[in-house]
Write a protein that binds this ligand. Structure first.
Ligand code: F3S
Length: 237
């Protein structure tokens, strides 16, 4: 049995515009979309470009648009797509460098804006910062983000406004605000509580639907709105 992989191809050095190219890939139970792409690369067309690394849904490299949804190619079983045609496109609204490889700079530029590292208020302890189980519970799930950019690619607001922080950066902001070891809550709220942050989100829910780690960016943004509202009311930001 074979499956047809229909892949968006684009080489800016050669092509006037992007086009689809079909490849026949032998199918066997357990085949993932990423394995299909590797089959094409190794047996049919060595010019195909795509990103991947861990093959275990941890590195976040292989997010792409597969049969109408943003997914990780490595954890997408071809059988789960219930189709003989597998259509693969790169993440949306990011410049295509080649085929399925996009320029993630706008995504990471927005991520950097939220200062994604711990900034403790207290002096560093001699050994380590400890956290109770309850404190750690407040960042559960939020720390699971693998920066795959599936949410960013799916967000129509990010597609029209590259300055919008986007769902991933906002999840990361909440992750540090909720972290008992961090001491910059108000400064972080000031970074996100504006028209390029939480107030730009139109609550479209695409990010919630596509996250491969089942994080809920829409809910995180609503929580940030609640926190920033209180901070604004009390004049802290
Ligand atoms: Fe975009 Fe998610 Fe808001 S898709 S508009 S960040 S709810």
């Amino acid at each position: 049995m074979e499956k047809t992989f229909r892949i968006l191809r684009y080489d800016p050095e050669k092509d006037q515009e992007a086009h689809f190219q079909d490849y026949k890939v032998p199918y066997e139970k357990g085949l993932t979309v990423l394995e299909g792409l590797y089959y094409i690369l190794e047996n049919l067309d060595a010019t195909l470009a795509f990103r991947s690394s861990c093959r275990a849904a941890i590195c976040g490299s292989c997010a792409m648009h597969i049969n109408g949804q943003y997914r990780l190619a490595c954890r997408t079983q071809v059988s789960a797509l219930n189709s003989d045609l597998i259509t693969v496109r790169p993440l949306s609204h990011l410049t295509i460098l080649k085929d399925l490889v996009v320029d993630l700079k706008p995504f990471f530029d927005n991520y950097k804006k939220i200062e994604p590292y711990l900034q403790p208020e207290k002096a560093e302890p001699a050994k380590e910062f400890t956290q109770s189980e309850k404190e750690r519970g407040k960042i559960d799930k939020l720390v699971d983000c693998i920066l795959c950019a599936a949410c960013y690619g799916s967000c129509p607001v990010a597609s029209t406004n590259p300055k919008y922080l986007g769902p991933q950066a906002l999840v990361a902001a909440l992750r540090f605000i909720n972290d008992s070891r961090d001491g910059k809550t108000q400064e972080r709220l000031a970074i996100v509580a504006n028209d390029e942050g939480i107030f730009r989100c139109h609550t479209i829910f695409n990010c919630q639907q596509v996250c491969p780690k089942d994080i809920d960016p829409t809910n995180a943004i609503l929580k940030l709105r609640g926190k920033s509202f209180m901070s604004k009311l009390t004049g802290k930001i």
